[in-house]
Design a protein around this ligand. Sequence first.
Ligand SMILES: [Zn+2]
Length: 90
Amino acid sequence: MASTQLFWPVSHRDDDFWVCMSCLGEVFYRKVPMPDCPSCHGVSTYEGFSLEAIRDWGTEELIAKAVAAQQEAATLEPPIESSAPVEAAD
Ligand SMILES: [Zn+2]
């Protein structure tokens, strides 16, 4: 049941946060889930927003998800690629 969620990368605009307008319960940073929303299974229900906009109308849960998604993206995609493997130190 727990198959790997696929994403479609989206990073061509300032509104980097993609919210499902159908369930308003899912938000992703610079990517949208495919083929559909993991919560409500709506297709093409995602619209881009800035974090500021989400803070304006989103629930606290949605805002927290947005912030977490941005931090996760920053962790997974370091801005500088290193040619040598780097071991994370605690
Ligand atoms: Zn949804």
